[in-house]
Design a protein around this ligand. Structure first.
Ligand SMILES: Cc1cc2nc3c(=O)[nH]c(=O)nc-3n(C[C@H](O)[C@H](O)[C@H](O)COP(=O)(O)OP(=O)(O)OC[C@H]3O[C@@H](n4cnc5c(N)ncnc54)[C@H](O)[C@@H]3O)c2cc1C
Length: 94
């Protein structure tokens, strides 16, 4: 019996499932097609806002947090799945 039911296996659904599982919850994820396709397949994976000066302090703060979390997340995903997220640190930073 699951504690949580997540509909949709895009990056949002899968990351939510991962965090819930990390917190010790039983999770069922339902995907109508293949996980990681749809918008998540198209996404360029850019974490920093393309135009940081146009965004609020709250968005820039979240962006900086995400930039900091990305390297260890990418490494964890590679180690646990064998799939290389191909994380590279380049260019623009907030
Ligand atoms: C061209 C492009 C470039 C982008 N570049 C960036 C970027 O550089 N940086 C960035 O941060 N964001 C970027 N984005 C945005 C980012 O890709 C999306 O915000 C993100 O992928 C959304 O994830 P999601 O899980 O909400 O949606 P999705 O990845 O679309 O996942 C939703 C999933 O739900 C499933 N689903 C829907 N209905 C049902 C149902 N009834 N039952 C079962 N499953 C269902 C779908 O099949 C799909 O797999 C980009 C988007 C595009 C299109």
């Amino acid at each position: 019996m699951s504690d949580f039911l997540i509909i949709g296996g895009g990056v949002i659904g899968m990351m939510t499932a991962l965090q819930l599982a990390d917190a010790g919850q039983q999770v069922t994820l339902v995907e109508r097609g293949r996980c990681g396709q749809e918008a998540s397949w198209a996404g360029g994976g850019i974490v920093s806002p393309l135009y940081p000066w146009r965004y609020s302090a709250a968005v820039s703060q979240l962006s900086r947090w995400s930039e900091g979390a990305y390297p260890s997340l990418a490494l964890r995903l590679l180690e646990e799945t064998g799939i290389d997220p191909e994380y590279r640190q380049k260019g623009c930073s907030t």
